[in-house]
Design a protein around this ligand. Structure first.
Ligand code: ANZ
Ligand code: ZN
Length: 860
């Protein structure tokens, strides 16, 4: 098939991109001949339009998907919509639209934008979580969890968001405020549904050790959130009453330094308090007051709030020293839902206890000779440090860890306590008093109690006819929907009106993608077994605890319910950096958009140009990605997102950079002219090839191969910015005098290499240079990936200096051909070894070729 292609001087991205997009679709089906690869970017909330963060996230995912496809994998690359949640409901209230209509119309807009980007999604697997064919499954999971005791209902004091009028999980309360509304959170007692994530705390913690391909920051945040402490309970006999006060401590070796005991404001011992009831009540309400205006959801008051206490008139006998009696206080820094809600205080070795003891004139007894004590430190936190015990009876002379072991032993032998592991994580409260969510499939009957909706009656569909004019959850107000006959006794009964926390949907959506038979109640086990786990998952670090922890928990449960063979959902986790932009304020100190700032500046008005921050609606430092697609096209947008920085590091938006990328795209595009010219020359000279020319060619071909070899190493590790620097080198080679001769021999490989990054241009250039290319089937599947053997490298060695924050750390000897990411890897290892066990936040890595690598970091 011969065709005439119009080759313009400037790449006509509009025409080319839309043609190629209309002719490409991507499917994934079980095929045991191929190894599968499941690549997933965290699915979007359909807020209205694609923002820069999406663009970066999906570009990274798509490059990986295309690269894996090009290297022979059967790639699953799905997309869907996390479409339940509050914004739809708020929009409904403000603009009187139905949340469903709002959501679906946003989905339509955003889908168009995603298609415009040329993302190689398996659109046939698209899911929308607010669709009953999706949530029917999670209603079933919930009922099965209920049968197994993993889901339970309990009256509990919960975090109440007075603005969004709903309960929030602890994870959704940040510094005492609602994560969405920013309202001060109140405490309320409500009957709520919970999932027993605490039963899985131990596995959630221990399995972190095996997630070698996860961002270490996420691992450390999850560890912190799970909050495992090993310690011991100790019973203190009380003096005046027959009561054993049970305390929890992680530092039992400091017991000889104990000078008081303290309990939380709702501890049962307070019943026996000998002080006046009024005094006690006043104190407790004072503390409660402080708490509600404070961060009441963290487990301990770690903030620098003043320590307050009240002596309750009862004393506790020291378990190891005769005749020593410790006063018991009710205090504001011991919480009821951790350990046993009671402690012994050791002021010499705990900061909070120290402050308390100073205020209330309690003895401060030092029991550890600290080797590394700094002179100015009053309190020595010796948990990890070294030291020797003194003032400590049978523990004298021992180091801290041996003392800890010995005292635990003694406590257990005397049967006054037990070794105990505590986790800080609480069960996951999943009830939300909101309309736009998945209905909890439960019925309440006055006679029969809690009755699960029978499986045959699933899904419980969210009703459409709702009234938003009343200021409560409109479901609770919808009598038609609420009233139902009890499936057991056939009397009148009522439906549960709470809906699931929307994290319920996102905890398993990646499983739903492996399920093409949408309308059935059964998941497709064969597809789940073939495609899961997700091989590479990409999203922002802000999901480190909630989503990523809930999803891990959910998969363990689905495994136990027999749906899945896996117990961990995500093999490799990439946490991409943010897209940042300068911020602007006008003379009245209001945030303004970049365009407004330009206009003001042009007319000589005052604009306060602030530092670059994550693009956000509130600070108005946004650029609409649509602007890039319209002006430069999808390939430029993609390349911009990948060029500058590694995926984990923030990128800075700039028009100039975008312009540079656009120029580079055109420089690549114009290689077709060189190609055509050389093709012509070659066919003219075919009959009189001379030997010298051949040698020249081999030299140049080897140059090309060497670049490809290095490129391959980078792309294999998803170091896209580095890989792209080799695409620059290849392009330069083709423009150089001798390179021009070999362009025809290397061009197909070159196009194959650039396809994952700039798929439209790659296919278009192939189309131009191959007159017999089937223009109905525009892909490069027939070109093999250019794998190059390492013999191509030189064996010469060079010396490279590793610097850390600009200071020389080490000199190493490496191959002359070492690639940047290998060098970075060596520098990062060096840094981590030095900082162990803390984890560095790497700010940047600077490489001076053949000389040095400088790694700049901050401790986190
Ligand atoms: C005596 C002691 C001596 C303690 C010492 C610390 C240092 P982590 O490690 O975070 O688990 N604690 C126990 N239960 C508490 C509660 N309900 N509210 C507030 N604080 C509580 O913290 C464990 C330590 O926190 C325990 O060890 C206890 O104080 C305190 F030099 O016991 B320790
Ligand atoms: Zn009944």
């Amino acid at each position: 098939m011969n065709k005439e292609i119009n080759i313009s001087d400037i790449y006509n991205f509009q025409e080319v991109e839309s043609e190629i997009q209309s002719k490409s679709s991507f499917f994934a089906n079980i095929d045991s001949k191929y190894e599968k690869f499941y690549i997933l970017s965290m699915f979007p909330y359909p807020s209205g339009k694609i923002h820069m963060g999406h663009l970066r996230n999906y570009t990274i995912g798509d490059v990986i998907a295309r690269y894996k496809r090009a290297t022979g994998y059967n790639v699953l690359h799905p997309i869907g919509w996390d479409s339940f949640g509050l914004p739809a409901e708020n929009a409904a209230i403000q603009n009187s639209i139905n949340p469903k209509d709002w959501t679906y119309s946003n989905i339509a807009t955003m889908k168009k934008q995603l298609k415009r980007l040329g993302l190689s999604y398996n659109w046939d697997r698209e899911i929308i979580t607010c669709d009953p064919s999706y949530y029917i499954h999670e209603q079933k999971f919930f009922l099965q969890m209920y049968e197994k005791g993993i889901a339970y209902r309990k009256e509990k004091e919960v975090n109440w968001d007075p603005v969004d009028k709903t309960v929030l999980a602890n994870e959704q309360v940040v510094n005492g405020r609602g994560w969405r509304s920013n309202a001060l959170i109140e405490k309320k007692t409500l009957k709520q549904w919970f999932l027993k994530i605490t039963d899985y705390a131990e596995e959630l913690l221990s399995e972190l050790e095996n997630l070698h391909e996860w961002d270490e920051r996420v691992i450390s945040m999850q560890k912190k959130w799970l909050g495992c402490s090993e310690g011991v309970t100790i019973e203190f006999d009380c003096t005046t009453i027959n009561y054993k006060l049970n305390v929890f401590t992680t530092r039992p070796e400091t017991i000889f330094g104990a000078s008081f005991c303290a309990v939380s404001i709702d501890h049962p011992i307070l019943k026996y308090s000998t002080i006046s009831n009024i005094g006690l009540e006043d104190f407790i309400s004072e503390i409660k007051n402080d708490l509600s205006s404070d961060d009441s959801t963290t487990y301990k008051i770690e903030k620098e709030s003043t320590k307050k206490g009240l002596n309750i008139g009862i004393k506790a006998k020291h378990p190891f020293i005769d005749n020593i009696e410790l006063p018991i206080y009710v205090v504001n820094f011991v919480v009821s839902n951790y350990g046993s809600g009671a402690i012994f205080g050791c002021p010499a070795h705990d900061k909070r206890d120290f402050e308390f003891a100073e205020k209330y004139n309690l003895p401060i007894i030092n029991v550890i000779k600290e080797i590394t004590k700094k002179r100015e430190e009053k309190v020595v936190n010796t948990k990890e440090a070294s030291g020797t015990m003194y003032n400590s009876g049978f523990l004298n002379g021992l180091d801290i860890l041996s003392a800890r072991k010995l005292v635990i032993n003694r406590i257990e032998n005397l049967q006054i306590g037990k070794y105990q592991k505590n986790y800080k994580i609480h069960d996951w409260g999943i009830s939300r008093q909101r309309y736009w969510g998945c209905p909890i499939p439960i019925i309440y009957c006055d006679t029969c109690g809690i009755i699960p909706v029978p499986y045959n009656d699933l899904p419980v569909i969210l009703p459409d006819n709702i009234d938003f004019s009343i200021d409560i959850n409109p479901l609770a107000n919808n009598q038609d929907w609420i009233n139902i006959t009890c499936p057991t006794c056939k009397n009148k009964a009522r439906r549960e009106t709470d809906t699931f926390d929307t994290f319920f949907e996102s905890s398993w959506y990646f499983v739903a993608f492996c399920n093409m038979n949408r309308d059935k109640l059964e998941l497709n086990k064969e597809e789940c077994d073939y495609f899961l786990p997700v091989d590479c998952y990409i999203g922002g670090i802000e999901h480190a605890v909630m989503h990523l922890l809930y999803a891990r928990f959910f998969i363990k449960v689905l495994n136990e319910l027999g749906y899945l063979n896996i117990r961990e959902p995500f093999k490799h986790l990439i946490t991409q950096g943010m897209v940042c932009h300068k911020t602007y304020k006008d003379k009245n100190n209001n945030w303004i958009y970049p365009e407004e700032a330009q206009l003001l500046l042009a007319s000589g008005e005052f604009v306060n140009i602030g530092r670059s921050e994550k693009m956000s609606k509130s600070k108005k430092n946004l650029i609409d990605p649509q602007y890039i697609f319209d002006k430069y096209g999808a390939d430029t947008a993609r390349l911009f997102m990948l060029s500058d920085n590694p995926t984990e590091i923030d990128i800075e938006w700039s028009d100039n950079k975008l312009e540079t990328v656009w120029k580079f795209i055109n420089r690549i595009y114009r290689l077709v002219f060189i190609y055509k010219e050389q093709q012509q020359n070659n066919s003219n000279s075919r009959n009189n090839e001379d030997v010298n020319r051949k040698h020249d060619d081999i030299d140049e071909i080897n140059k090309f191969k060497k670049i490809v070899y290095k490129f391959n190493l980078e792309i294999k590790n998803y170091k896209f910015n580095k890989a792209l620097s080799f695409v620059h080198e290849m392009t330069n080679l083709f423009y150089s005098t001798n390179g021009k001769k070999i362009i025809c021999l290397c061009f197909d490989s070159f196009l194959k290499i650039i396809e994952p990054f700039i798929p439209h241009l790659a296919v278009h250039m192939y189309n131009i240079t191959h007159p017999d290319f089937d223009s109905n089937n525009l892909n490069l599947y027939n070109i093999p990936w250019p794998y190059i053997n390492s013999d191509i490298l030189e064996s010469n060695k060079i010396k490279i200096a590793i610097q850390i924050n600009g200071k020389l750390a080490k000199v190493i000897e490496v191959s002359n051909d070492i690639i940047d990411s290998e060098l970075e890897g060596l520098a990062i290892n060096e840094l981590k070894n030095r900082l162990k066990p803390s984890i560095p936040q790497i700010k940047k890595i600077i490489i001076v070729p053949k000389k040095l690598v400088n790694i700049v970091y901050e401790k986190i």
